[in-house]
Every structure is written in C-alpha cells, then in structure tokens.
Design a protein around this ligand. Structure first.
Ligand SMILES: [Zn+2]
Length: 432
C-alpha cells in the first residue's frame, strides 16, 4: 500500500462530489474573508452562493500573479494572523515576491501531497530521503521535507550547494531517494564522475524526485543512466502550495494532480476558453483545501494538457502532461514558438554533447538572433575543426527538422556553462 492509496484511487463520482463541496466552501470563504475576492466577484456579478456544479467556477474571475503582488504581503489571507504558522515566497525574479501562508492543516496537506509522490516512487519507512532543494522561502526544500516525514522516511535536510559534501552524505548515509532540481542531480552525477566515482555503484539511490524546471525525456534518460535510479517528475508552485500539486507515478506518463486538494482547468492561451482533454493550454488552479491563502482560478502561465485516458497504474486522479515550460519561458525565434526543453530534447539525443546547454538571445539590426551554446563531452576532440563543424551542421539540421527553427550553434569547452544549485539558467536574454 502506497501513501494515501485510498484517496488516489477514489471513485471519480465521489471525488467530484468532494471537489464540489470544497469548491463551494472555498469560493464562499474567499468572498467573505478576502476583500480582493469580494470586489472581483462583485465586479463580474459572480455569486459564490450559487455554485451548483464544478463548471460554475468558470464564472469567477482569474487571479493573476500581478493580483498577488498587488496584495503583498497579507492581502490575500483568509485567516487571522495568529492561525498562520508558516510563510513562503516565490523568488520574485521579475519583481515583488508573491506570498503564500500556511495554517497547521495546510502544512499537513502539503506533506501529504508530496508524500503521495514519494509513495508512487515506492518510498516508505525504510528509505532515506536526501533533500537538496534549497530550504528557505523557496518551497522546494520544505515541501520535500514534509513529504519525507509524512511517508515516515528518514529525511536529510541537506539544502542546495556544497556538491562534494552532498556526494559524501549520499554515500555515507545510504540515501535512497534524491530530491532536487533535475539539473542539480545532473551536476551531482557529473561531479561524482569527475571525482573518479561511478555514481551507480557509489550511491544507493532508487529514485529521484525532480522538479522546479522543465526537462526533456532524453535528459531524464541520461540522468537515469548516470545514477542508476528512476526519475519522477513533480509539479507545484508557491502561489497555490509548493511542490506536490501533481506528481508522476511509476508509469512515467504524466503527473497525477492531487484532485482532492486542487481543481484544475486547462484553457486556450488566447481565448481563455477551456480546451478539450488532450489539448495543450494554460493550467489554471483553484485550491480546494488551502486555509491561510486560498486561491481562485490562479493563472499559472504553465503550459500542459490533461491526459485523456485513465492511468494504467489504476489511480483515478487525472494526470497533466509533463510541462513544456511556462508561457514566460517560451521564445519566439523568427516567428516560431519554442520552449527551451524542446531544444534540449534535440541536443540530448547527440551522444557527443554533454547535458549542459544555454540559449542566448540577442538582437542584430532589428532581428532577433538565437544562439545555442552546447558543451561537448570531455573526450570529444575540440581541436579538430572538421569534427566540430560536422557536429554543428548535424545539430542545426536536426533542430530545423524537429522544430522548424534556424539557430546558430556555438560549441564550447566542457565545464564552461555555469552550473546551478537550483534552477538552471537555460536562456540568457541579451536583448534590451
Ligand atoms: Zn499513474
């Protein structure tokens, strides 16, 4: 029995009934306790007391990141301050941070959501969960930590950084589950290899729970090869909770949304109308149990789709597909929409290219120029110009075939692209 199996296998009708009951309650709580929602509901004449079906929530207005910033710091809290037990904030790379508050129940629900994913990966009481997501205002560290505790595992709060020490602890404590960004997992693996270790033998990892950035299937495969474990994707965002909103099961075919805690919609990016299951659009989330800072129809800017079939694992909670990225990450290169993860997908299929890349956007004579910087593997003869040129040509052709983009390729020496302990910097925008 995996953690909370009875909830993740719930009969659909019962689950939807539960969702509706919680949705009504959340809408009413927001209306009664948060002036922002009272005003925004009244503006479009949405009466939360008239919600009869799950679809009725579509009559409610969206909440955007800007709304959250405007309400900084406590404007969107639904409970008195004495009931708030923890605070997290998003990194605010593009401005003021957004704040999420947690009551005691919220912290338990968060732990439950992440613990389900650990359960999908077969984690139990005998496991050692090594958490090297950053601890702090960022939700990665503590989200994984609460999940580890909930599932009853031994949980090691490493936080990010000091990679050699991470390696030592992974070895000496016999860690079985690694929680961090996928790019940091790759960095740990590569560093271990440089130290003369074979990570497959030196570590006792069974699984990795990796999220907070989009990564391609090929990147996943390379990671699994290097570390000899199985990689599970995790999705979440501070604005509605943190990691654990959706977690991948062992079929590696989409992430089960914790539907007893979240109601999801996938909407057309332009029209904001719902798209049919299976089609890509923007993920919009309404919290169903969050007490301290509930959110109605939060526009995540993340692009995904609802997987139309039920999962072969037997769980009834619907799945979203692995993310291409955020609408903010999407680049338009000479009129073609491209996500960095799609470029990654093409690059990682080349065995001579290392798992590190960066896309540089610049402007020349009014035209956007994209240059893809790739690192080659240490054993590739970088001095042999002909071989480098041939590689550039083949990669360029592959990108053209797969994504219909023309992009400059710059081959750089091993270890020259900056490594990150948190989210990798995949795009450098030099345009003003
Ligand atoms: Zn499944």
């Amino acid at each position: 029995m995996a953690y909370q199996d009875e909830i993740t296998h719930m009969n659909r009708d019962e689950l939807e009934e539960l969702q509706l009951e919680r949705l009504k309650q959340t809408a009413i709580t927001c209306y009664e306790n948060i002036p922002f929602y009272k005003e925004s509901f009244d503006k479009v004449a949405f009466d939360p007391y008239t919600v009869e079906t799950l679809e009725d929530i579509r009559k409610a207005p969206f909440t955007t990141k800007q709304d959250m910033r405007d309400s900084y710091p406590y404007g969107l809290f639904a409970v008195p301050r004495e009931d708030v037990k923890e605070i997290h904030m998003s990194s605010g790379t593009t401005g003021i941070a957004t704040v999420s508050g947690y009551t005691e129940n919220d912290i338990h629900a968060w732990g439950d959501c992440f613990a389900r994913g650990l359960g999908y990966a077969g984690t139990g009481k005998d496991d050692v969960v090594h958490v090297c997501y950053g601890y702090g205002l960022f939700t990665g560290g503590l989200g994984a930590h609460y999940g580890g505790l909930a599932v009853g595992a031994e949980t090691i709060p490493m936080s990010a950084g000091n990679t050699k020490r991470q390696i030592k602890v992974l070895q000496s404590m016999g860690s079985t589950v690694l929680c961090c960004t996928p790019s940091y997992a790759m960095h740990i693996a590569d560093t271990a290899i440089e130290m003369g270790l074979d990570p497959k033998k030196a570590f006792t990892l069974k699984s990795g729970i990796h999220g907070a950035e989009a990564f391609s299937d090929q990147f996943r495969e390379n990671l699994e090869d290097k570390l000899g474990y199985k990689v599970f994707d995790v999705y979440g965002l501070t604005e509605v909770m943190g990691p654990g909103v959706a977690m991948e099961c062992d079929r590696q075919a989409g992430l089960h949304v914790a539907e007893d805690h979240f109601f999801i919609e996938v909407l057309d990016v332009e029209t904001h109308e719902p798209v049919p299951d299976g089609e890509w659009g923007e993920l919009v989330i309404t919290t169903l149990t969050k007490e301290a800072s509930p959110v109605i129809r939060y526009r995540t800017r993340d692009i995904t789709r609802i997987m139309p079939e039920t999962c072969a694992c037997g769980r009834t909670h619907r799945r979203i597909d692995r993310l291409h990225g955020r609408t903010d990450d999407m680049m338009i290169i000479r009129g073609v929409n491209v996500f960095p993860s799609q470029i990654e997908d093409v690059c990682t299929a080349f065995p001579e290219i290392a798992d590190w890349y960066q896309i540089e956007l610049s402007r020349e004579g009014g035209l956007d120029i994209a240059t893809l910087k790739i690192e080659i593997k240490p054993d590739f003869p970088i001095d042999e110009i002909r071989k480098i040129e041939a590689l550039q040509k083949r990669l360029q052709q592959a990108l053209k075939d797969e994504l219909a983009i023309k992009i400059g390729i710059k081959v750089v020496e091993p270890h020259t692209i900056q490594r990150s302990e948190g989210k990798a910097v995949r795009v450098v925008d030099l345009r003003d």
